[in-house]
Design a protein around this ligand. Structure first.
Ligand SMILES: [Fe+2]
Ligand SMILES: [Fe+2]
Length: 340
């Protein structure tokens, strides 16, 4: 009998544990409960809908047939993304210490890391089976990856459990965008339309490396989704602290490890030559969609929200304050949990 039924539970209702007025401790307890609900939902979906293996679920033979069509730029870009994904040990280890006394965040970090381990393998297999990199070359590349060490201190604001979530929310969105762009590039070079053709639809998977980027992209947007939910909950309970952290993370944002990857020079040259990423692209494809997902119209609205969040009273409950699209906080009456 399968461990899981096919259906996901709609929502877990955890026991109500908040009693008393909205003190800082009461808010933290209620927030923790919400974060746990988000994690349970994320974990269930991960087990049921994103349980794939790079060695078993990709059309590796088809990559071999189509590999000669990939351009030099595309190959350098894939190799760069292999490097970025290969720091997964640092990404987990670097922040696990923050979560030593936080069982939920420790488990999320480990589960997220387990999913990320498959991405580096995916890009290694794409390069190898497309016959564009030899096994010796890849082994030498992977050896060189170790010369650089990623730490969260390389990213402003990413030095607390909240800051890690804010950074990951942006980074995962950017990674999703990058892999969607890679998938589009590969499809064009393969001579395929952007959307799956009739043959791909019929068999249920995309051609060669396009399928690998599709599958990994689904992971990345799910990662963006869980960190977004954590931040949305933080905003409900600790709006001013959350917006201070978001300000730091947004203003100092850079993708992880790019200067440390072994083919950094070739990668960055390929990025420039193909117009793959730039500050305007980041603003349009990553920053603005993140703000929209947080319910804000644009960056002006974000700055307004930051200013006004500083003035909010400390003891507000989660449902007594609402953020408008324009970044204004609407404070309303709410009974404290003790009197409800
Ligand atoms: Fe990844
Ligand atoms: Fe990810």
């Amino acid at each position: 009998m399968p461990f899981f039924e096919n259906k996901l539970p709609v929502k877990f209702h955890l026991p109500e544990i908040v009693k008393g007025p909205w003190t800082r401790e009461a808010k933290q307890r209620a927030l923790n409960r919400e974060l746990l609900e988000h994690y349970i939902e994320y974990f269930g979906k991960s087990m049921q809908t994103r349980n794939w293996s790079p060695w078993h679920n990709f059309p590796l033979e088809e990559m071999r047939v189509l590999g000669h069509r990939l351009s030099e730029e595309t190959i350098h870009l894939i190799e760069g993304f292999l490097g970025v994904e290969e720091y997964v040990g640092d990404y987990v280890n670097g922040v696990l210490e923050y979560f030593r006394d936080n069982r939920l965040r420790r488990n999320l970090q480990l589960q997220w890391g387990a999913e990320e381990t498959k991405h580096g393998i995916a890009w290694e297999l794409v390069l190898k089976h497309s016959l564009v990199r030899t096994e010796e070359h890849l082994n030498a590349y992977l050896d060189k990856v170790r010369n650089f060490r990623w730490t969260p201190e390389q990213h402003p604001g990413a030095d607390t459990p909240l800051g890690v979530s804010a950074y990951a929310m942006v980074q995962e969105r950017a990674t999703y965008f990058n892999y969607q762009e890679m998938r589009a590039r590969i499809r064009e070079e393969y001579g395929l339309p952007l959307n799956p053709n009739a043959e791909e639809q019929g068999r249920g998977y995309e051609a060669g490396a396009s399928e690998a980027f599709r599958v990994v992209g689904v992971d990345e947007i799910a990662h963006h989704g869980i960190f977004l939910k954590l931040i949305q909950s933080y905003i409900r309970y600790f709006p001013s602290m959350t917006f201070e952290t978001l300000t730091k993370v947004f203003s100092g944002f850079a993708m992880p490890s790019l200067l440390g990857i072994p083919n950094s020079r070739h990668f960055l040259r390929a990025v420039n030559r193909t117009d793959f990423y730039s500050t305007p692209i980041h603003r349009e494809k990553v920053h603005n969609p993140v703000l929209k997902a947080l319910g804000l119209e644009n960056h002006d609205a974000f700055e307004r929200a930051v200013q006004f969040a500083r003035k909010l009273p400390e003891n507000l409950g989660p449902d007594s304050v609402k953020l408008s699209k324009l970044g204004e906080w609407v404070v309303g009456y709410e009974k404290s949990p003790a009197t409800s």
